[in-house]
Design a protein around this ligand. Structure first.
Ligand SMILES: [Zn+2]
Length: 184
C-alpha cells in the first residue's frame, strides 16, 4: 500500500476513535437518583457521564446535552460535606444546562442560585442547602474576578437566594427574578 494511503487511513481511524470516545457516555451509578430528580424538575433529558477517577471535576456540556463528573470526587465531597453537597454540585451543573446564554462569574453564581432553587423545589429542608453552601464556601474564589466562580460569600449567598426566594413559579421571568444573571 502506498505510504500516503496508509497515512490517510491512520488519520481516519484516529478521527473515528476520537469521535467514539466523545459519543460514549460512561454512566455514574452513584448519582442516578439525582439525575432522575434533576431531569424531572427541569423537564430535560440531560445525561450524566463519568470522568476518570482522580479528575476531581464536574462540568456541563450544553451543546452535547450532557454533564461530566468524576464519581470518586463526588463521593469524597459527599463524605466531607454530606450527600446534599454532591447533589448540589450536580444541580449547579444542571443550572448551566438550563440557564441559556450567560458567561463568566454571572453564569457561575446563577448556577449556584438555580441549585439552591432546585433543593427548595424538590421540597428539601434548609439543611440540604447548608451542606451545598459549605462546599461552595470552600470552593469560592479568594478574590472576585469577571470569569471566576465568585467569592465564597457570593457563592453561599447565591445558593441561599435560590432556596429562599423560590416560590414554585418556573416561568422564565420568575426564574430570572429569583436567580438573575449578575456577576456579583
Ligand atoms: Zn459552574
Amino acid at each position: 500500500m502506498p505510504r500516503r494511503v496508509c497515512l490517510i487511513l491512520a488519520m481516519l481511524l484516529f478521527a473515528s476513535s476520537v469521535a467514539q470516545a466523545r459519543a460514549r457516555c460512561v454512566p455514574v451509578p452513584h448519582a442516578m437518583e439525582d439525575v432522575a430528580a434533576l431531569n424531572a424538575f427541569w423537564g430535560r433529558t440531560v445525561r450524566l457521564c463519568r470522568l476518570p477517577d482522580g479528575s476531581e471535576d464536574a462540568y456541563a456540556e450544553p451543546e452535547r446535552g450532557r454533564v461530566m463528573v468524576d464519581q470518586s470526587w463526588l463521593d469524597a465531597i459527599a463524605r466531607r460535606y454530606g450527600g446534599w453537597a454532591a447533589t448540589g454540585i450536580l444541580a449547579h451543573e444542571w443550572g448551566h444546562m438550563v440557564q441559556g446564554d450567560v458567561d463568566g462569574t454571572a453564569a457561575e453564581l446563577q448556577a449556584d442560585c438555580l441549585a439552591g432553587l432546585f433543593l427548595r423545589g424538590i421540597g428539601q429542608p434548609g439543611s440540604t442547602v447548608e451542606q451545598f453552601a459549605a462546599s461552595n464556601h470552600v470552593s469560592g474564589d479568594q478574590h472576585w474576578s469577571m470569569d471566576g466562580h465568585g467569592t465564597s460569600a457570593q457563592r453561599v449567598a447565591a445558593a441561599w437566594r435560590g432556596y429562599r426566594r423560590y416560590a414554585g413559579d418556573r416561568s422564565r421571568v420568575a426564574l430570572r427574578s429569583v436567580c438573575p444573571a449578575s456577576p456579583r
